[in-house]
Design a protein. Structure first.
Length: 293
């Protein structure tokens, strides 16, 4: 696999009121970047169970390339409850397949040919998957774009793991609630939102920091650059996977040579569209895909 784009981490089923939907941030990221024409692959692990079989079938139907060894743990499940605004809360089951992603020669080979990888903190809550993700990152080429989509969930993160990943990343993607949590964890008292972002950008020598604030818009900070985009008002079906489509669209545009402003505008449009659709993996309209050709 040459010039591969990788979503690395959890593959799971979001159990929503209307039924179980395949998801997990890395799989969503790989799916959306593949829609933009990239050679994308989702890397995780699945159980030797009916849900694992179902996941393989769905990935194949959606045309998502995947490397998902079957392991002796159940396929991951998240119980999702939506509030009146369609905003989810999650109950994430532990000791599941994606906590046990093995590092294999195949993964090492993909890492060496990796053009961009998106990873988060959630899949690093367990020793096995944490070590696999870190070994993968260590084997990527120097020019590989490494996106740390921090994805803080429940209590499945530590200060040490966040620091380790910030040092590995070129781009941090974080939302406003996560930024508050990081401010507390890293003891950045009294700083406003933007100053926290500038501090993190400089301290960890990041190329970019992407901050999403739900209905209050989003920001991209880079040395000497600040971009703000309002969030379009849309009829929300649910917000599951919207952030992953934002990251995928932004990365796809940057990889296509677009500037930060153009990439940011596209990411906002795509994620707003995904909010109008049920589930995390809708088809992106052609008008958006054409913007980075």
């Amino acid at each position: 696999m040459e010039n591969v784009i990788v979503g690395l981490g959890e593959a799971l089923y979001d159990v929503l009121p209307e039924g179980a939907k395949l998801g997990g941030a890395p799989a969503n990221f790989a799916y959306h970047t593949s829609q933009f024409g990239h050679n994308a692959v989702a890397i995780s692990a699945l159980g030797n169970d009916a849900l694992g079989d179902q996941a393989i079938k769905e990935f194949n139907e959606k045309g998502v390339k995947h490397i998902m060894p079957r392991v002796d743990f159940p396929t991951g499940v998240v119980n999702v409850e939506l509030d009146n605004e369609g905003v989810p809360t999650y109950d994430i089951k532990t000791n599941v397949a994606w906590d046990n992603i093995p590092f294999t020669p195949e993964l090492e080979e993909i890492a060496k040919n990796c053009r961009c990888v998106c990873f988060g903190s959630l899949a690093q809550r367990s020793k096995v998957s944490h070590e696999t993700i870190q070994r993968f990152l260590a084997n990527t080429p120097k020019e590989c774009l490494k996106i740390f989509d921090i994805n803080l969930r429940q209590n499945f993160y530590t200060k040490e793991i966040i620091k380790e990943n910030l040092k590995q990343a070129n781009i941090l993607k974080i939302n406003d609630e996560e930024l508050v949590a990081i401010g507390r964890l890293f003891d950045y008292p009294g700083l406003d939102m933007e100053n926290k972002c500038w501090l993190i950008l400089g301290k960890y020598d990041l190329d970019m920091l992407v901050l999403t604030c739900g209905v209050n818009g989003s920001y991209v900070f880079a040395p000497g650059i600040s971009s703000y985009q309002p969030t379009p008002r849309v009829e929300v079906a649910d917000t599951v996977g919207a952030g992953d489509s934002f990251t995928a669209s932004f990365a796809s545009a940057i990889l296509a040579g677009k500037d930060i402003q153009e990439a940011h505008e596209l990411a906002v449009k795509v994620s707003a569209y995904v909010c109008t659709q049920k589930g995390a993996m809708p088809k992106i309209p052609q008008e958006f895909l054409d913007q980075i050709k």
